[in-house]
Design a protein around this ligand. Structure first.
Ligand code: UDP
Length: 311
């Protein structure tokens, strides 16, 4: 297949490019590099089945030749990024998704949309099943991301129903691994960066909020299976192993032998109190479940950040 990955120079996009190339596909990565980096795809530059195009997908996407699939992964994805880039975040989720769908229609290509557990907002249902409609504050600081992704899902389903486009929607839960940006503000790079500098870890609030962290290779495998499946309704992909942020901080301090402990800082506005994917659907329709546990995945991630920081 010839496949376009929007956001192909980002954390998840670049791992997807690797997997698609390994599966024998031709890959075009498109990125405007606001949060992505060509460092993530530098190792692919000599590959004749790989091409990189610098483009902002909120503008019309022109692409020569046939195309079999589009994986729409372009978007800022960390709360700090979308606080700094609120309008770009809204635009890429709305206009960018519209352009990607238009391209899918023109090329008769399948489109897989990267959606998010943020469509569930601060969830009142636990764990979160795909049938839950969510609890989102449209005008809060996270609303720019949550609503853009909710709009993107609605637009994708509308193109599927009105134009018969072959679509897939993955709802991605917290994912970590090599190529996360050290300064993207998310809990994994923050904690690992702090630990490697022997600084206290900044736990927001009392650290009682929960998250469930999935290692990137597991996530990519779920996404690839979804792309190749017939499932057109949203599917959660994430690791259901849930823990509090306080406990997560202890794990990182232990893994890095960080003597500096923990420092409490204020909880950001609208920070979801609990999050855990219900993955029964992914198990049933994709035969997928995560394989890498938190300590194994974090050991890999810490080793990668260590190399970046040269410590
Ligand atoms: N968090 C924290 N310290 C940090 C960064 C984040 O305690 O330095 C918390 C944050 O308040 C949230 C959780 O960790 O409850 C996950 O935050 P992240 O930004 O990684 O992603 P989110 O799941 O909120 O989108």
């Amino acid at each position: 297949m010839r496949i376009l990955v929007t956001g192909g120079a980002g954390f998840l996009g670049s791992h997807l490019c690797d997997r698609l190339l390994a599966e024998g596909h031709d890959v075009i990565a498109m990125d405007n590099l606001i949060t992505g980096s060509t460092d993530n795809i530098a190792h692919l530059s000599g590959n004749r089945r790989f091409q990189y195009i610098h483009h902002d997908v909120t503008n019309y996407i022109y692409l020569k030749g046939p195309l079999d699939a589009i994986l729409h992964f372009a978007s800022p994805a960390s709360p700090i990024d979308y606080l700094e880039l609120p309008i770009q975040t809204l635009k890429v989720g709305s206009l960018g998704t519209h352009n990607a769908l238009g391209l899918a229609l023109a090329k008769e290509a399948r489109l897989l949309l990267a959606s998010t557990s943020e469509v569930y907002g601060d969830p009142m249902v636990h764990p979160q099943q795909e049938s839950y409609w969510g609890n989102v504050n449209p005008i809060g600081p996270r609303g720019v991301y949550d609503e853009a992704k909710r709009f993107a899902e609605a637009m994708t389903m509308a193109y599927h129903r009105s134009h018969g486009i072959d679509t897939r929607i993955v709802r991605i839960f917290n994912t970590y691994g090599p190529r996360m940006r050290l300064r993207d503000g998310r809990v994994v790079p923050n904690f690992v960066g702090q630990a490697l500098r022997s600084e206290p870890l900044t736990v927001y609030g009392e650290g009682k909020q929960t998250r469930s962290f999935c290692y990137v290779s597991d996530l990519i495998d779920g996404i690839y299976r979804l792309l190749m499946s017939d499932e057109t309704e949203p599917v959660n992909i994430g690791n259901p192993a849930e823990l509090t942020i306080f406990d997560f901080a202890q794990v990182i301090n232990e893994l890095t032998s960080n003597p500096a402990g923990i420092r409490f800082e204020p909880l950001p506005v609208d920070d979801p109190k609990q999050r855990q994917p219900d993955i029964s659907k992914a198990r049933r329709v994709l035969g997928w479940e995560p394989k890498i546990d938190l300590r194994t995945g974090m050991a890999q991630t810490v080793a990668w950040f260590r190399r970046q920081l040269d410590v």
